[in-house]
Design a protein around this ligand. Structure first.
Ligand code: SAM
Ligand code: DTB
Ligand code: SF4
Length: 334
């Protein structure tokens, strides 16, 4: 079995990333097959539960209030709207619902109480529930865990050195602190990044080093290709070559062998052949459904056709066990 390491050096990661492409894919595919059922791909469906109007200045994001994008601000959804969406996603084959809110951080108010109710409701539908709500304190993470949350997504996006170029309204340390709070609550961690922001290859390697040197590897690492959106500072960034996506995925697979590596944003611009290379390189999860949070994504039916052609199968929910809903939060179910 592959050894799990938390001490990868920049030089080692760089040597893997830069190895001849076909060697890299072959090595990643080998690690993948040693550690996972390579044909099993986890499907998450994204739902934007609160859209736009965010006070942060993330240069890539269509939901930041300060940029003039076509995104319409929408207040927090109702629990019923969320369960309806969850039902549809489940029927289409998704095992996880990931709810995203355009918040800088969670506040202890009625909106958070409603998110807690959403988590309980979706969890009781036999779906894994994931949230991405911005920064969290330890007690907020604990409340989400007690309600039955499965995973929390909080991306590093790029390297620590490059972070200030992309976001000025919070620090890398704050990002890492939230991930620590999520860990303390025993939630699973989903954390990854975006390529195509204008970062250097060294930044990509440094980000992968931060992720792989965490005391415990994130259970899932999403690799997003920037979706350039009109009105954001990064609207005119050139598209990333598919080879960069393949190198990122393969390197993540090799250094974090047990992690779910998610081929995330950017699939509408990729052919089935491009995506097949990413699966070969160790990707074993996707976001499915015709919308990511605010931008388009391939239709479920197209993805199912791709699964059929490539011989992939959707992973069932809760294969690694269920979260324990505490008595205290369970009593609050309405
Ligand atoms: N507001 C919360 C936060 O920033 O943590 C949660 C929602 S935010 C939209 C979730 C993630 O989406 C970001 O961390 C970023 O990695 C990704 N994202 C946002 N806009 C993107 C874009 N245009 N292209 C690719 N990924 C994007
Ligand atoms: C992640 O890494 N990518 C997803 C999810 N986690 C929350 C978000 C992608 C957003 C793409 C831009 C949009 O649709 O607004
Ligand atoms: Fe806000 Fe999240 Fe978008 Fe940044 S990425 S502007 S925090 S919604």
């Amino acid at each position: 079995m592959t050894e799990i390491r938390n001490n990868w050096t920049k030089e080692e990661i760089s040597a893997i990333y830069h190895s001849p492409l076909l060697d890299l894919i072959y090595r990643a595919a080998t690690v993948h097959r040693e550690n996972k059922d390579y044909a099993e791909v986890q499907i998450s469906s994204l739902l934007s539960i609160k859209t736009g109007g965010c006070p942060e200045d993330c240069a890539y994001c269509p939901q930041a209030a300060r940029y003039h994008t076509d995104v319409e601000v929408q207040a927090l959804m109702s629990v019923e709207q969320v369960t309806d969406a969850a039902q549809k996603a489940k029927a289409a084959g998704a095992s996880r619902l990931c709810m995203g809110a355009a918040w800088r951080e969670v506040r202890d108010n009625r909106d958070f109480d409603r998110v807690i109710d959403m988590v309980k409701a979706v969890n009781s539908m036999d779906m894994e529930v994931c949230c991405t709500l911005g920064m969290l304190t330890e007690s907020q993470a604990q409340r989400l865990a007690d309600a039955g949350l499965y995973a929390y997504n909080h991306n590093l996006d790029t390297s620590e050195d490059d972070y200030k170029r992309i976001i000025t309204t919070r620090t890398y340390d704050e990002r890492l602190k939230t991930i620590e709070n999520v860990r303390k609550a025993k939630l699973t961690v989903c954390s990854g990044g975006i390529i195509g922001l204008g970062e250097t290859v060294e930044d990509r390697i440094a980000m992968l080093k931060t992720l792989s040197n965490m005391p415990k590897h994130p259970e899932s690492v999403p690799i997003n290709a920037l979706v350039p959106v009109k009105g954001t500072p990064l609207a005119d960034q050139p598209r990333v070559p598919v080879w960069d996506m393949v190198r990122m995925i393969a390197t993540a697979r090799i250094i974090m062998p047990k992690t779910v590596v998610r081929l995330s944003a950017g699939r509408t611009e990729m052919s089935m052949t491009d995506q097949a290379l990413c699966f070969m390189a160790g990707a074993n999860s996707i976001f499915a459904g015709d919308k990511l949070l605010t931008t388009p994504n391939p239709a479920f039916s197209e993805d199912m056709q791709m699964f059929e052609i490539l011989g992939l199968k959707p992973r069932e929910a809760f294969k690694n066990g269920r979260p324990v809903v505490t008595q205290q939060e369970a009593l609050h179910v309405e």
